[in-house]
Design a protein around this ligand. Structure first.
Ligand code: AHR
Length: 501
């Protein structure tokens, strides 16, 4: 046992906010094998009568994913949604220019809504503001949400969908600040278009919520100015500004890699400040929230992707195989999102199946869980309720890009209805376990029901279709003695300490 210790005080009344369940959202793009060979594979032994893989559905249900963003991503900026509705035999094959593949359009809007229902998730639909604009956005919205008696709502009905889909959250394009984006725009161009599209979409259905595109990541040269300009244009007509961020351990510096959630934290704080600056500038009473609608680790597959030939159907693109250290960073990214639950109301792990995903499949073969599946599942299942703001004191370390990195990364979620308190904690220490003492005296009568630990001797250990080498166990040693919960957190570990009255 090491001499390292950390302490925290968890108080019922120190509240950050109620968790919006959409913070545990995910993302399915028409990219690689996310759709074809991922959620949809007619002919697979596990396929249902509509071609949806039941083994994948079961894994998605385990994750308890409440919201799935669709259909892109970069894909949406060249997508004609009309190609994917109506009789399948009439649907065109298209050159898909974002990822340079062939899109068969075998699966489109209605089938995706059907699939989302099977996994109990809402759809977060993106409209194309790359090659298209206001007209197509309003038509798609009319097709999806208008009950009947108009051209597009009746078209939906003629396609076999009598009831409207009632899609509530909509993204106004994707990463429009990125030069790689089809129809890339300046902040002024995008801000104007997004605002006019938002106005018209809300005329069609005033109950929807809209997400304006923020920067593609914090390193974009236009970051901050982009958010300010876009919000200046759109403030009164949107509810959210988006954030996207992916990390990787390219330098193989674990201490630095695990500290990257501090950068995510800083990114979130910056976007909140920008949104609130525009609020002040406009003397507005309205507060814009954050939709962190793409976040994850993404780097393992970069080299392999450069070797993929163009114009094939569903090639194995962005198939990162995640290792144990990635699961730790994903755990810290989830904790970071929770810490900002007062402003981050939507977040989507990008993505869900095969493409930088917690779930992998073999075409024609099994589906299996990547290492990052576990922290995502734990947070989504146990992290519902009110996020608390514990007072934490932890040893710290310095890394290449960060100073004063807390060895302990933690937060707590209180579910009053279920009388459950859950502490999520990452021990970032490379050498030593950490003795954590949590004062929860305010939670009288609460007992430890489980201390889940994800640990492994090999940082680079991965899971495969054949072997689940990185799996959590429930042999953690947390105990509660008169309101002081003591737990030793193994070196480099993800911990979930579950207490119940
Ligand atoms: O999630 C993969 C890609 O990453 C998305 O298509 C795009 O929005 C982002 O750059």
């Amino acid at each position: 046992m090491s001499g390292k210790k950390a302490k925290m005080i968890v108080e019922k009344d120190f509240k950050v906010s109620e968790v919006d369940k959409r913070i545990y959202g995910s993302f399915v793009e028409h990219l690689g094998r996310a759709v074809y060979g991922g959620i949809y594979e007619p002919g697979h032994p596990e396929a249902d009568e509509n071609g949806f893989r039941k083994d994948v559905i079961e894994l998605v249900k385990e994750l308890n994913v409440p919201l799935v963003r669709y259909p892109g991503g970069n894909f949406v900026s060249g997508y004609n949604w009309e190609d994917g509705v109506g009789p399948k035999a009439d649907r065109p094959r298209r050159l898909e220019l974002a990822w340079r593949t062939i899109e068969t359009n075998e699966l489109g809007t209605n089938e995706f809504v059907d699939w989302a229902k099977l996994v109990n998730a809402e759809v977060n639909m993106a409209v194309n503001l790359g090659t298209r604009g206001i007209d197509d956005a309003r038509n798609l919205l009319e097709y999806c949400n208008h009950p009947s008696g108009t051209y597009y709502s009746d078209l939906r009905i003629s396609h076999g969908y009598k009831e409207p889909h009632k899609i509530k959250t909509w993204c106004l394009g994707n990463e429009m600040d990125g030069p790689w984006q089809i129809g890339h725009k300046t902040a002024h161009e995008y801000g104007r278009l997004a605002n006019e599209t938002a106005k018209v979409m809300k005329l069609v259905d005033p109950s929807i919520e809209l997400v304006a595109c923020g920067s593609s990541n914090r390193s974009m040269p236009t970051f901050a100015d982009w958010e300010a300009t876009v919000l200046d244009h759109t403030y009164e007509n949107v509810e959210f500004i988006s954030l996207h961020q992916y990390y990787g351990n390219r330098a193989n510096d674990v201490a630095n890699y695990l500290a990257l959630s501090l950068e995510m934290d800083d990114f979130i704080k910056s976007v909140i400040s920008i949104a609130d600056y525009i609020k002040a500038k406009k003397h507005s009473k309205k507060t814009i929230n954050l939709s962190f609608d793409e976040w994850n680790v993404w780097y393992h597959s970069n080299d392999a992707d450069r070797k993929i030939d163009p114009w094939t159907i569903a090639p194995p693109q962005l198939e990162d195989i995640y290792n144990f250290e990635d699961a730790l960073l994903v755990g810290s990214m989830l904790i970071t999102l929770l810490k900002h639950a007062d402003r981050v109301k939507i977040a989507c792990m990008a993505q869900l199946v095969n493409v930088i995903a917690p779930i992998m499949t073999e075409t024609g073969g099994p589906a299996w869980k990547q290492t990052i599946f576990y922290p995502y599942m734990h947070a989504s299942v146990y992290g519902r309720g009110v996020v608390l703001n514990p007072i934490v004191s932890s040893p710290k370390y310095d890394s290449k890009d960060f100073t004063d990195v807390p060895v302990l990364d933690t937060t707590a979620v209180y579910n009053e209805e279920k009388e459950e308190l859950t502490i999520f904690a990452v021990n970032r220490d490379l050498e030593d376990s950490l003795l954590l003492e949590s004062d929860i005296r305010n939670f009288e009568g609460y007992k430890v029901v489980e201390h889940i630990v994800l640990e492994n001797n090999e940082l680079k250990q991965v899971n495969t279709a054949k072997e689940q080498a990185v799996v959590p166990h429930s042999r953690g040693d947390a105990t509660n003695d008169n309101g002081i919960v003591t737990a030793s957190l193994p070196k480099l570990s993800w911990n979930v300490i579950r207490l119940k009255k």
